[in-house]
Ligand binder design. Structure first.
Ligand code: ADP
Ligand code: MG
Length: 274
């Protein structure tokens, strides 16, 4: 008895890595038969579905490879909450053309103002536009570099870090670095200079970076490279976290004050009596 064509077809499609064609060919065939669609158009529909799915899978793979601590986008970013931030500049950056020009972005501001959120959203946009991305914190990166150096695989790690199209280094400034740590970090920025884009976020203004990096000479050289082609996002303001929890506390207090027939809008804090 010969094998059913469906079995062989499934086998071949798996080998050719066309999972969407395999999943959809029967359903699309029935739709096309119903609508009187000819064979070339049937094939076209099927192949287009595979292409769309493949692109989605590639983006998902890039997002996993980037190691974001959370996936965040500008869809959930409230620009009104941070008036110091240049919204048109951020939206322009979200188009990722700076990555083609190998330019950098530095987000500066106090804690809780959305620097990490903005960096994550720029990282996500880059993944969606087809760029490879790596996300790390300054402290984790330095640890990784020191470990690699001790295990004699620093060169390999440095090559990997130099190869990604967008490197995001979050939270420069929370932890002071050792002299070796600062030098290793400097080398990363130096090796990426005019080869790839780097986003750095920091709670410290530039004049205080020496405190983190230890040496004035090194800080000068690092800033020189990092800020040669750069967009600076100024993100000073009230902490979004604090505002949110204060808002929740106020709503809760009002809820106790007013009878149950009043409803409180959690966003505006407005009370509607029913
Ligand atoms: P930072 O890195 O500047 O300390 P985060 O980006 O970690 O601040 O922001 C703290 C929290 O508040 C995160 O959950 C973030 O998503 C949220 N957040 C901050 N700013 C905004 C904003 N403008 N719109 C929406 N969420 C925000
Ligand atoms: Mg942060």
């Amino acid at each position: 008895m010969s094998t059913a064509p469906q079995v062989l077809l499934a086998h071949h499609l798996k080998q050719l890595k066309l999972p969407t064609v395999l999943r959809e060919y029967d359903k699309v065939a029935r739709e096309c038969a119903r609508d009187g669609v000819d064979h070339p158009r049937y094939l076209l529909r099927l192949i287009e579905l595979e292409l769309i799915d493949r692109e989605r899978r590639t983006v998902e793979r890039r997002i996993r490879a980037a190691r974001f601590p959370a996936v965040k986008s500008f869809d959930t970013f409230d620009f009104a909450a941070i008036p110091s931030l240049n919204k048109p500049l951020v939206l322009e950056l979200a188009r990722c053309e700076y990555i083609l020009r190998r330019e950098n972005v530095i987000a500066l501001g106090n804690s809780g103002t959305g620097k990490t959120h903005a960096a994550l959203a720029l990282g996500l946009a880059a993944c969606q536009k087809g760029f490879t991305v790596a996300f790390t914190t300054a402290a984790a990166l330095v640890n990784q570099l020191m470990e690699a150096r001790d295990e004699r695989r620093l060169l390999k790690l440095q090559r990997e870090l130099a190869a990604v199209k967008l490197l995001i280094v979050d939270e420069l400034g929370y932890v002071p670095l050792t002299a070796t740590g600062a030098e290793l970090l400097f080398e990363v920025f130096s090796q990426r200079y005019e080869r790839g884009s780097t986003i750095v976020t920091s709670n410290l203004p530039f004049e205080d970076w020496t405190q983190v990096l230890g040496s004035e000479r090194l800080t000068g050289a690092l800033l020189d490279r990092l800020t040669h082609h750069v967009s600076i996002l100024t993100m000073n303001g009230d902490s979004y976290r604090l505002k949110q929890s204060a808002g929740r506390r106020r709503s809760a207090a009002r809820a106790e004050q007013y009878p149950a027939s009043d409803t409180i809008d959690p966003d505006t804090g407005q009370i509607t009596t029913t």
